[in-house]
Design a binder for this molecule. Structure first.
Ligand code: ASP
Length: 586
């Protein structure tokens, strides 16, 4: 076998005159005036190989096709000045082939392997091993690896240790459905795949490991909205004897390190901090992209004495009028779609003001004195053409419906390139009312430490006002990290379960091991988990996390390449004591 002496990305002018052997894939073949040029590709790069006519190798090279895997031996020589390729790191040299060995041939590939043009995603997933040969995909996977190593280096340097936690385990509630694995040895029983290592990392703190991390695979059986994967990776971190700010500092350091080393971008620390309340009031979302502006402004003072009854009444009934400005003009049809969107969030309507060419248009203009319009302009600092959207209702409805419109407008505006909007959202509510279940559920997870002062204050009142010692990091409108200080006392944990209407028996059955562990010396602790796939996607500037996962699933959780999920044979089912009865079967 012609074994490589160099890879396809490393030969330079200094190597001219050396005899080398390269191995790789035929990226391109060009026959020019009797000379055959091959661009040979491997993970490291591309090198041009020349086959001169009249040689044995030339005859062999005639049969080479795209994606053949070959070994070539030859002499490195300088390319003539007019043939150098500055866009290729090896562009100043080429290898004059003397020996050629074909390791394997290739059929014509069903998708391009050497360009990043758009092929259907189905084909890309079916032939993922070819898709991964494409330059951008290859780079995504390599950068993913680099980020993983930066994470490890950084956390190791702070004395964290990496510990694996089980995949076959018991349900860990992160609010999703579990994937279940039937047990053969204990028929009729099931393991759950971890939604996160949450309980194990807390137990590792109780075990005394002090600082833990893991690049952990998590599994959540959700309906695949947007860009989710049934299995995904978290950078999972937990620390003992810390308060919130110390945890945030570690996380900030981690992000600073990654952005600096991978992108050369310096993130300014400390990151901005908003409370959950702040962001909901200002943007109607707990993960806004603030680069787009469109901050909500309260307008009660403008509308409280107008003739526009609908608004006036809302204010009289302790509601609120709020709006935001966007520097765009929309058609009536678009606005009517926005109105429908606002209504789907419970608002009764959507008012708007269009400012263009020095004129104002609005369906409610006739109710307002010109002075009010001037006030409105001042409130939003309007200096250009654009639109103000206004909703009047209960505070919550106003915030969520304006928030929905705002994110719709952001979608229309498109992505902002090359800048990063990074900030913390802290003090989320501890409990959220679940209409369907008619009980409170944990907004983060039930192991989050509530503000005990809030718990006391609202114990007989509105529990949705109790704040949690939790935090999210938002980057460019994505919740990229989430975490909290945890409960480390049995009584508090039981109190929270009680509020969540998790009975003593149920708590014991599900989390008895954790409650028991709290009785043997649990340190105060807290931590976080980073959505690793999304982080890589943001850094690589791709929209879909599928593009940064080597073998992802489709939106319906299928692996088109392997055919998973698939049926299993009767013997396997018998061994598990399982009979499959599909709904609708008789
Ligand atoms: N386990 C949590 C999650 O998966 C993160 C954390 O609280 O550390 O969202």
């Amino acid at each position: 076998m012609l074994k490589r002496t160099h890879n396809c990305g490393e030969l330079r002018k200094e190597n001219v005159g050396e005899r080398v052997i390269l191995n790789g894939w035929v990226d391109r073949r060009r026959d020019l005036g009797g000379i055959i040029f091959i661009t040979l590709r491997d993970r490291y790069g591309l090198t041009q190989i020349v086959f001169n006519p009249g040689t044995d190798v030339y005859e062999l090279a005639k049969n080479l096709g795209g994606e053949y895997v070959i070994g070539v031996e030859g002499m490195v020589r300088e390319r003539p000045a007019d043939a150098t390729n500055p866009s290729m790191p090896t562009g100043e040299i080429e290898v004059l082939a003397e020996k050629l060995e074909v390791f394997s041939s290739s059929k014509v590939t069903p998708i391009y392997t050497n360009r990043d043009d758009e092929t259907s995603e189905e084909m890309r997933l079916k032939y993922r091993y070819l898709d991964l040969r494409r330059p951008n995909m290859k780079e995504n996977i390599i950068v993913r690896h680099r980020i993983a190593q930066i994470v490890r280096d950084y956390l190791n340097s702070l004395d964290f240790i990496e510990i694996e936690t089980p995949i076959l385990t018991k349900s860990t509630p992160e609010g999703a459905r579990d994937f279940l694995v039937p047990s053969r040895l204990k028929k009729g029983k099931f393991y759950a795949l971890p939604q996160s290592p949450q309980l194990f990392k807390q137990l590792l703190m109780i075990a005394g490991f002090d600082k833990y991390y893991q690049l952990a695979r998590c599994f959540r059986d959700e309906d695949f909205r947007a860009d989710r994967q049934p299995e995904f990776t978290q950078i999972d971190v937990e620390m003992s004897f810390v308060d919130r700010d110390e945890v945030l500092e570690v996380a900030e350091g981690l992000f600073v390190e990654i952005f600096k080393k991978v992108l050369g971008v310096t993130l300014k620390t400390p990151f901005r901090r908003y409370t959950y309340n702040d962001v909901m009031e200002s943007y109607g979302s707990d993960k806004p992209d603030t680069r787009y502006g469109m901050k909500f402004v309260e307008l009660n003072d403008i509308f409280e004495k107008t003739e526009f009854r609908a608004f006036r009444e809302v204010i009289e009934n302790s509601g609120v009028v709020k709006g935001f400005f966007v520097d765009e003009i929309y058609s009536r049809k678009e606005i009517s779609n926005f109105e429908n969107l606002a209504k789907s969030y419970g608002s009764k309507g959507l008012a708007w003001f269009r400012f263009s060419n020095g004129e104002v248009h609005s369906p409610i203009l006739k109710f307002l004195k010109p002075l009010k319009i001037e006030e409105l302009k001042r409130k939003f600092d309007i200096a250009s053409d654009g639109t103000v959207f206004v909703v009047a209702d209960d505070r919550k409805i106003v915030n969520t419906s304006l928030g929905a419109i705002r994110s719709e407008l952001i979608k229309k505006k498109g992505k902002i390139q090359d800048s990063f909007d990074v900030f913390w959202v802290i003090d989320f509510p501890m409990f959220e009312w679940d209409e369907e279940e008619n009980r409170f559920v944990a907004a983060h997870h039930p192991f989050t430490m509530p503000y005990l002062s809030d718990l006391e204050r609202y114990k007989d009142g509105d529990l949705s006002k109790v704040r949690a010692q939790s935090y999210d990091l938002v980057i460019n409108g994505y919740e990229i990290l989430s975490g909290s200080i945890r409960i480390h006392k049995k009584e508090i944990q039981e109190r929270v379960f009680d509020i969540l209407k998790i009975s003593k028996e149920e708590a014991k059955k599900k989390f008895g091991f954790l409650l028991e562990a709290f009785e043997y010396g649990a340190p105060p602790h807290g931590g976080f988990a980073v959505g690793f796939d999304r982080l890589v996607a943001i850094i690589r500037n791709v929209d879909s996390i599928r593009d940064v996962i080597a073998f992802p699933k489709t939106a319906t959780g299928a692996d088109i390449m392997t055919g998973a999920p698939s049926e299993v044979n009767k013997r396997q089912l018998d061994e598990l004591g399982i009979e499959v009865k599909l709904k609708g079967d008789t």
